[in-house]
Design a protein around this ligand. Structure first.
Ligand SMILES: [Zn+2]
Length: 213
């Protein structure tokens, strides 16, 4: 079995266990999903309603994680507002004992600081990691897990990160790319110099360790 922990696609295959990314206003929760308020779509007027929808949907049997949610400095949305909503979601993650899938753009230091302050019991996974080794190490030191997508096929920086970090810190995702999860697994197994079977086994162990519906 392949595990795709973060996708915006609704395609399904019986060889891939997929966590579909949903929003509070989504309506189909028949498949395993994660759900959160994404910083791109935050609005003052709708956030409270969406948080209360989130509170309900986190209790659905197919819910595997909270997210994606997080902080983004490349958008106009007020950063303090983003932080407030992110922290409210951290509290929901703790309340319902769900790991968080994090979207982070140019705000890694802030995310690390928030984690230190909040001391969450739930795992925090940075999704779509594409930064360098130094940041990867610093995140791992602070207890984060990293999820990798299609960028690993092209980016030597990401390939270096993969080869440097331990396999038990890794998750794999397709996010919004057209690339198949198999292709990303294959590439990671080449980089780590382990068989595809061995990688699949390790990712399965990581998945079982972190995610419970
Ligand atoms: Zn995404």
């Amino acid at each position: 079995m392949y595990f795709d922990i973060h996708t915006h696609s609704t395609a399904s295959s019986n060889q891939v266990f997929t966590i579909q990314n949903k929003y509070p206003t989504s309506d189909d929760f028949s498949k395993p999903f994660s759900i959160g308020l994404h910083p791109w779509f935050l609005k003052n007027e709708t956030s409270e309603t969406e948080l209360s929808l989130l509170d309900k949907k986190l209790q659905y049997p197919n819910c595997f994680a909270l997210g994606e949610c997080g902080l983004d400095k490349a958008i106009e949305t007020n950063f303090d507002f983003q932080k407030t909503i992110f922290i409210k979601q951290i509290h929901l993650s703790e309340k319902f004992q769900k790991p968080i899938i994090i979207h982070c753009v140019r705000a890694f230091q802030e995310i690390i600081e928030i984690k230190k302050a909040q001391k969450p019991s739930q795992p925090w996974i940075i999704h779509g990691f594409q930064k360098d080794k130094q940041l990867a190490f610093s995140l791992i030191e602070n207890g984060f897990l990293l999820s990798f997508g299609a960028a690993v096929l092209e980016s030597t920086k990401v390939q270096e990160v993969i080869s440097a970090i331990s396999m038990n810190k890794i998750f794999i995702e397709t996010d919004n790319s057209e690339v198949s999860i198999r292709e990303i697994y294959q590439k990671i197994s080449n980089i780590k110099k382990v068989s595809l079977e061995k990688l699949k086994e390790q990712i399965y162990i990581n998945f079982k360790h972190i995610f419970r519906s």
